[in-house]
Design a binder for this molecule. Structure first.
Ligand SMILES: [Zn+2]
Length: 269
């Protein structure tokens, strides 16, 4: 398959796709869409690897989300990370949104969990897929994230990754780009105008596309289950917002993605 688009963040292993997973994956192949299937804990990471093993145009990322209970299964993750189709570590990071009144202890627990995954990613030289959600009306989680990544960059100057479902502002993009990170946007940008300014301001070579499906379907399918085919809507919307041709944006985002993730056996158009 010749790659035209990469959905850098989807959850095709989730039960939401049990009835028609194969059909969706087949349609992705017809449209030239590659997907990175992202794990949220050990079990969903294992399922992501199994899917990536089965389909050429799927890859896997393994990680443990901050707001999920339980500790990082370092032993289990180490058994998965050597698989040739594991291209990243994550999603991992900081989530101050979903837990109300998160205590200092709660934040610390998330930071420890995150740092363990940074260590693993650095050890195996895999980029990070970072989940970050600040508490309402603040940038608190981004502030803490940037502080952590500054330490990582100091220790490992070339280390890099992607901040998925980016909801920060221009200042956060600037800081994260300086730390070798890209930012990715979902189909939320097809119906919310809150991200237009940051999409225009972000350096063109630091933007990636994703869907975070089954979540946030594009405006044309609002409220329905989403799927990786919507990555085309995301790319087209970024083109519209930036006032650049869709084909130029498609090729640029594809090049950006392939610079960050080593997708074995790739052939692009
Ligand atoms: Zn996700």
């Amino acid at each position: 398959m010749q790659i035209k688009y990469v959905d850098t963040h989807c959850h095709l292993q989730f039960p939401e796709y049990d009835a028609d997973r194969e059909e969706i994956i087949e349609k992705m192949s017809e449209k030239g869409i590659v997907g990175i299937v992202v794990g949220c804990d050990y079990e969903s990471s294992r399922k992501a690897v199994l899917l990536a093993e089965k389909y050429d145009h799927l890859f896997a990322s393994i990680g443990h989300m901050p707001q999920l209970i339980g500790d990082f299964d370092a032993h289990g993750m180490r058994a998965l990370i050597g698989h040739p189709k594991v291209v990243a570590v994550g999603e991992c990071g900081l989530d101050y949104y979903r837990v109300t009144n998160l205590s200092a202890d709660g934040k610390n627990r998330q930071k420890v969990l995150f740092k363990k995954q940074i260590d693993l990613a650095v050890e195996y030289d895999k980029p990070l897929i970072v989940h970050t959600r600040p508490s309402q009306g603040t940038m608190d989680a981004y502030r803490d994230l940037i502080a952590i990544l500054k330490v990582t960059k100091f220790l490992h100057p070339d280390y890099h990754g992607n901040i998925h479902f980016f909801v920060g502002g221009k200042a956060e993009v600037e800081a994260l780009v300086a730390l070798n990170f890209t930012v990715s946007f979902t189909a939320v940008i097809t119906f919310a105008r809150d991200y237009d300014a940051v999409i225009k301001a972000a350096p063109f070579d630091r933007i990636l596309s994703e869907t975070d499906s089954p979540y946030v379907a594009p405006v044309t399918r609002r409220g329905e289950r989403n799927d990786p085919l919507a990555v085309i809507d995301v790319v087209n919307q970024i083109a519209l917002i930036r006032g650049v041709g869709t084909e130029i944006v498609r090729q640029k985002l594809l090049a950006n993605t392939l610079q960050l993730f080593d997708l074995p056996g790739r052939e692009t158009v």
